[in-house]
Design a protein around this ligand. Structure first.
Ligand SMILES: Nc1ncnc2c1ncn2[C@@H]1O[C@H](COP(=O)(O)OP(=O)(O)OP(=O)(O)O)[C@@H](O)[C@H]1O
Ligand SMILES: [Mg+2]
Length: 500
């Protein structure tokens, strides 16, 4: 780290931040300092208080107590406009894009380039295209956001924040859905911004990445600061220990040769330009990894297998029987479940309590003479809560009030509770902390060992390599390669297949 940077006045100070929600002390007096030209990583388990701190900085929440200073000037924060005017740009963990507007319109929503004439729309479009190109996005900025995948939406959110003339940039889990290629483009941009004097706060559970870009690291646990350190003075093991308060052994998942019979098979699936002639099969006890760049068609394949999209061509069979899936509920009836990557729009009922979000897919197991037995439902939930470490003070809380990673765990618990045959998991550990990830990996191996067929879509290559028995790599809607000997495979090998 550059010593000159330290001696300058602080770009940002958040002093003694306290925030309480009913039943939860989310922040217990946290102080954060940020200098010009540095990247500070903010780390901690799911529910540690990272997003709460960031929402206060964005003017979305009022703290109970605590002061914010930008360039040593105290900031009177009444709402998001005050934050923006102080030069703070925030990329939130949960997206805030308007589905009906195009990517380009979303990017310039809060600050249209003057009036809405045709010329300005053109200017917005080319500016949006320039930003998105830099990030490696391959879609047209005129695409309505409702047609974008989660990863593509993430790129739009990043472009939106970069389009502000901000001096402080805050990114809450910006790469949770990005593959290594998009991530490395983002890092090149962040490095340029940092060199131009911007101060950056970066929240992520991907510790490898954090070590690539952060100058300093600050770890929170239960709403309080545990440690702050220069990045080059610490290790991943130490950071994990600070985060979870104990040592974690990484990835001891055991695999054995899969010899079971084929559970699900698909032949020649084709749907528009997103899915072209895709064939695959998954056996009993097998975890099949499906990976590829953002937009390569992974999610679309899962949606077809789950009955959510009806393909133009191709057939799907389960245990040798041909299926003619017309809807998600038909697929569920056949024991095929989809864990969607889009937990906010397609997965969770944010206003409903945690226990209902958990039990919704298996109500028949909790029903008794037509009435839902809430006590049984809650008991079942509590066992998942313990095994995955879901941080929630009561199952009666609305799921929208949980931290991002804890929401993801509730969604996963919903499907793990079901008895099925085929589990299609789209980014199952998105935003989940390192400790809980290990637990989830063990649960998924157990699910496979019980004879289920699992399709694992993940952008995180170490995860795909650690869990999969076999890997398929997609590019532009087609399957470009298969890796059978996963033990010997490398991330580079997957990337080569993904960009051919
Ligand atoms: N609007 C809210 N209402 C009630 N409780 C909330 C609300 N927002 C956050 N919380 C609680 O505050 C605590 C901190 O949550 P926060 O979202 O800051 O965690 P986080 O560190 O960002 O976690 P993650 O890594 O999962 O994103 C959690 O216990 C969460 O349930
Ligand atoms: Mg968060």
């Amino acid at each position: 780290m550059n010593l000159n940077v330290l001696q300058q006045t602080k770009l940002l100070k958040m002093v003694g931040m306290v925030k309480t929600f009913p039943g939860v002390k989310a922040l217990r007096g946290v102080t954060v300092e940020l200098a010009k030209g540095e990247i500070l990583a903010l780390l901690g388990e799911n529910g540690a208080g990272k997003s709460t701190l960031i929402k206060i900085l964005a003017g979305a929440f009022q703290p109970d107590t605590g002061d914010i200073f930008v360039d040593e000037q105290q900031l009177k924060m009444q709402g998001p406009a005050d934050s923006r005017n102080a030069g703070i740009a925030v990329i939130h963990q949960e997206f805030s894009l308007i589905a009906g507007l195009s990517a380009s319109e979303n990017i310039f929503l809060a600050k249209p380039l003057q009036t809405y004439s045709f010329i300005h729309l053109q200017q917005e479009y080319s500016k949006a295209k320039e930003l998105l190109d830099k990030l490696g996005a391959d879609f047209d900025p005129r695409t309505p956001c409702r047609l974008l995948s989660v990863a593509q939406m993430q790129l739009v959110e990043i472009a939106k924040a970069l389009s502000d003339k901000a001096s402080i940039l805050v990114l809450d889990e910006p790469t949770a859905a990005l593959t290594p290629r998009e991530t490395s483009r983002l890092f090149i941009l962040l490095d340029q911004l940092k060199k131009s004097g911007m101060g950056i706060i970066y929240v992520s559970h991907r510790l490898d990445e954090v070590f690539q870009i952060a100058d300093r690291m600050q770890v929170l646990r239960d709403g309080a600061e545990v440690a702050t350190t220069a990045a080059n003075a610490t290790t991943q093991t130490q950071i994990i220990k600070w985060m979870v308060g104990r040592d974690i052994e990484q990835s001891g998942v055991s695999k054995k040769e899969v010899v079971g019979k084929v559970v699900i098979s698909a032949k020649g699936l084709t749907n528009g330009v997103k899915v072209k002639n895709v064939s695959l099969e998954i056996r009993e006890g097998e975890i099949l990894g499906l990976t590829g760049l953002v937009g390569s068609g992974r999610t679309e394949v899962a949606r077809i297998l789950a009955g959510a999209d009806i393909p133009e061509n191709g057939e799907i069979s389960i245990e040798g029987r041909k299926l003619n899936l017309r809807s998600v509920s038909e697929a569920i009836g056949q024991g095929i479940f989809l864990l969607t990557e889009d937990r906010k729009n397609q997965g969770l009922f944010l206003d409903r309590p945690v226990h209902e979000n958990f039990s919704i897919a298996s109500l028949f197991r909790f029903a008794y003479f037509g009435m839902i037995n809430k006590a049984r439902e809650i008991k079942a939930f509590l066992s998942h809560k313990d095994s995955m470490g879901i941080r929630v003070s009561s199952p009666l809380i609305r799921v929208g009030n949980l931290s991002g990673g804890n929401q993801q765990k509730v969604l996963l618990a919903r499907w793990l509770e079901r008895k099925g045959k085929v589990f299609l998991l789209d980014e199952p550990t998105r935003g989940v902390d390192v400790g809980a990830k290990e637990e989830i990996y063990l649960l998924l191996r157990k699910l496979a060992a019980e004879g289920n067929a699992i399709l694992l879509i993940s952008s995180e290559l170490p995860e795909v390599l650690a869990l999969s028995d076999r890997i398929l790599v997609m590019h532009e809607g087609q399957i470009k390669g298969e890796i059978k000997d996963v033990a010997k495979a490398t991330q580079e090998q997957i990337m080569e297949l993904a960009i051919q």
